[in-house]
Design a protein around this ligand. Sequence first.
Ligand code: GA4
Ligand code: GA4
Length: 324
Amino acid sequence: MVWATPSPDIMKFEKNQEINIPVIDFSGERSEICKQITKACEEYGFFKVINHGVSEDCIKKMEDESIKFFSKSAVEKQAAGPAKPWGYGSKNIGFNGDTGEIEYLLLNVNPASISQVSQFVSTVNDPVQFSSAVNDYVEEAKKLACSILEMMAEGLGMADSSVFSSLVRAVDSDLILRFNHYPPYDHQLNCNSIGFGEHSDPQILTILRSNAVSGLQISLEDGVWIPVTSDPSACFVNVGDLLQVMTNGRFRSVRHRAVNDPTKSRLSFGYFSGPPLHAKINALPEFITPDKPSLYKPFTWAEFKKTAYSLRLKENRLKFYELM
Ligand code: GA4
Ligand code: GA4
């Protein structure tokens, strides 16, 4: 396994990029950040955050735990699963036949599931260290997600600035943490394969952090893929399907995919913030006008999640909830 060392010159990445994705500096002025977030979510449904406030130490511990785990033999890792829906998985994504050049650990973010998966991985990792890395990281990721969602609401001029954040901050909110390892793989030699196929995230908001190996691509129009240069010091944010519904289509749920690097291991952590299962999701009145009536019928997150899990990865699952 070949692990990349972080680049000493992060700025170089920005200049080399062919298409500039929005980069938002969280050390800046708040009202300016709110505006930039709103604009990025309207145009791309995606942005990069620098100076995000998640501690380096916390990220380092997560990375150490992942390297420790993914570096082991297939047999040892299999012993930590298969634990559908939670635990270790390799090549199979979801339940409907999607596959990719990827291995992963999936955790439901609650004490019971974290402790269960910590036991699963204890053939390789120290369960106390592992669960402490995960608990610290999800706490910081949640803070970041909530603060982004609050600034979004402010940028949109919502009367209640906690309208989005309260859903992912609730004690029973549905949160998932995913560790991904994309082993070195040459797609040019095997053009039928991909790391993680095209899809949108079903939840409200996703926070993604990766090592210095690129692979993430976003799509703004069908078939046009924009490579996102990795930046291990940054976090990348995706708008999920539910946020597209709540903003009545003003924000777009970004379609994205990941491809393997031919020579290096890409490692990423995704933090997927969803609402409680019983939460009712609908286009908020602020986004409904006589000219723009609601595009979607209301549903609960449990209903939508069930739909998402019954379909293939690339499917546009929102179409089942569209009003004509
Ligand atoms: C995409 C976002 C998250 O990685 C994930 C994925 C989940 C899985 O891998 O089990 C899903 C996929 C994701 C969307 C549609 C369904 C569910 C695979 C799949 C085919 C953990 C999630 O919540 O939804
Ligand atoms: C779908 C939505 C909710 O009903 C549920 C389901 C859950 C379960 O434990 O029954 C899941 C399913 C649902 C999606 C994938 C995972 C989890 C069964 C399963 C195989 C309660 C939920 O949270 O996800």
